[in-house]
Ligand binder design. Structure first.
Ligand SMILES: [Zn+2]
Length: 339
């Protein structure tokens, strides 16, 4: 290595001087390495290729994807992986990682698409601004007409009936990519939630502003560093590595076993007494019968409108005015406009 940045993640978490300002160097295999700043590193093989972004740790305590990306970066730096495509790896919230918490001041994944500019600046708002700039700079250097990809890797707070699932950001009517659904399937992600509106998430940002093929990928339940059963992540790990080291990275879509959901209700907490009518440990995608009460607050009851309507991301403790949960219903692939 030209300069030593082994243990890039550890150096980033320590704000080591070797990673705090922008630097470039080449590996012996001629891959150009650019350190954008703490937690953000870019690799460009000779010849360019497609443009992949893998982000993790947007929530600091979601350790499994951080461990996957950490090993990936180390293997590229050790020249054990030879890239065919450009890759930007982002470790999102370093301060929250150090404190083993989801965030310091507020949820980083609600601050993209310029939301970070509003209000009082804090750790996460400054970080969102920096990460947006890194994404913009990375895609600005595309080598011609290339495919843009961004997988924002997470683990969920609660268990899920479908252990792994991905959120397909709102496309504003653009066709859904079967090739991308096939990639998710190869990652072991067979449940896809189709988002219904613009959001301030990282994946929506790259999808909407840069036309990237983006997903928020939820890979299972949050565990402390070192306590993840990494065998559960073998498919995603293998697929993420294959995609960037092969020119044969367009898997065929097979709808078998894949379940798609569309959002039915976006339930906002309007009163302090907002209550969920199911156990706090109910897994994501728990289904309800038509007419069952899902949640209530003074003046309003929220009821399952369809049979099999399921809950996702419930959290009664959000501030008033924020989303307390989504409900979703299954949708057939044949009902969608696909490409
Ligand atoms: Zn997360």
């Amino acid at each position: 290595m030209h300069i030593s940045i082994s243990n890039f993640l550890q150096r980033s978490r320590n704000y080591d001087a070797s990673v705090t300002s922008k630097t470039h160097f080449r590996l012996n295999n001629q891959t150009l390495v650019t350190v954008h700043g703490p937690g953000v590193i870019e690799f460009e093989p000779v010849g360019g290729g497609d443009s992949f972004i893998y982000s993790c740790g947007i929530h600091g305590n979601e350790t499994a994807p951080i461990e996957i990306c950490d090993e990936l970066v180390q293997d590229i730096l050790k020249e054990e992986l030879l890239l065919c495509h450009r890759v930007l790896v982002i470790f999102g919230n370093l301060d929250a990682m150090n404190k083993q918490t989801r965030f310091i001041d507020e949820n980083l994944n609600r601050l993209f698409c310029n939301t970070h500019k509003e209000g009082i600046q804090n750790n996460e708002r400054r970080r969102a601004a920096f990460l947006e700039q890194c994404v913009e700079d990375f895609y600005a250097k595309d080598k011609g007409e290339v495919k843009r990809v961004h997988y924002d890797l997470h683990t969920a707070i609660r268990k899920s009936i479908n252990d792994k699932f991905a959120v397909y950001p709102y496309t504003h009517g653009k066709a859904y990519s079967l090739e991308q659904l096939a990639v998710m399937s190869a990652c072991g992600v067979n449940t896809i939630l189709l988002s219904h509106s613009s959001t301030a998430t990282f994946s929506y940002y790259s999808s909407h502003f840069f036309n990237a093929n983006s997903f928020t990928v939820e890979l299972g339940k949050v565990m402390p560093f070192g306590q993840n059963d990494m065998t559960k992540f073998e498919k995603v790990n293998t697929t993420l590595r294959h995609l960037i080291t092969s020119n044969d990275n367009n898997p065929e879509f097979n709808s078998e076993g894949m379940v798609l959901y569309r959002v039915n209700q976006n339930i906002i907490k309007n009163q302090a007494d907002f209550t969920l009518h199911f156990g706090s440990d109910a897994p994501n995608f728990t289904g309800f019968q038509k007419g069952e009460i899902i949640a209530s607050e003074t003046g309003k009851e929220y009821i399952a409108e369809k049979g099999g309507e399921a809950i996702v991301f419930p959290n009664a403790d959000v501030p008033i005015g924020q989303r307390a949960l989504l409900t979703v219903v299954p949708i057939s692939i044949n009902e969608l406009d696909t490409i």
